[in-house]
Ligand binder design. Sequence first.
Ligand SMILES: Cc1ncc(C[n+]2csc(CCOP(=O)(O)OP(=O)(O)O)c2C)c(N)n1
Ligand code: SF4
Length: 268
Amino acid sequence: MIEKNEALIDEQIDISEDICRMENLVYEKPETLTDTEMHYCPGCGHGVAHRIIMEVVDELGIQSQTIGVAPVGCSVLAYHYMNIDMQQAAHGRATAVATGIKRVLPEKFVFTYQGDGDLAAIGTAETIHSINRGENFLIVFINNAVYGMTSGQMAPTTLEGMVSTTSPYGRDVRTMGHPLKIADMISILPGAYYVTRQAVNTPGNVRKAKKAIQKSFEYQKLKKGTCLVEIVSNCPSNWKSTPLESNKFVAEKLIPFYPLGDIKVPKE
Ligand SMILES: Cc1ncc(C[n+]2csc(CCOP(=O)(O)OP(=O)(O)O)c2C)c(N)n1
Ligand code: SF4
């Protein structure tokens, strides 16, 4: 049995040595991502969202001109992974910190990266007022419908009937309020220039989300106002699901309530 296993391992090594050649390379990590191993749970959308933002920074050649603001939440260590200048903000205060950075360094490309607890609960005031002022930066808003880092409490974005640690019988909108559609809400503010909702649950959606981030960085050059890219994501650990099941939940439950696509596009 041991001999058989060893033969199998040898065969697999031969195959992988054959495949792992430079000429077969289909994807390379951009320089804008560090070599640090990410701490995210298997299947979590945060890693994918980090990658597409950094790929855009890489492709636009703006690594040395970009400053990110990390939130409090599971992505609190984003500055370990994104190989750019970054500033950590207190919970919910990312857009206030970004306001200061962008005003002092207006030629830099500035973005915040925030979860729904960070942006839509404790940071609601900062979010609304920064956008209302038309601060010229990008907000990347990760909507996974729970407070991930602190073990899955109800967030403003939690769906009606959805179970969380603080809504164990499901969110009852009569006492807990309705799920907040932040992107729709802020799109009516004159300071919002481009608002879109995307997702990272399928390869096609990842590509579209990346395109939205690319457009937002390009719009930042025009100095017309705030861009917000909401990314509907998952939290397999707190949803008590496998990565695959969590992506199914995104497709079947979250996206029907949070439809994907542009909500506000710049006038020609
Ligand atoms: C002022 C303050 N209040 C509360 C906390 C505790 N806290 C840390 S992360 C977090 C929730 C994060 O959830 P979310 O923003 O949705 O991000 P996720 O972890 O899901 O990516 C909370 C409440 C804190 N760190 N600081
Ligand atoms: S707890 Fe949820 S949001 Fe946080 S890393 Fe794990 S899967 Fe991702």
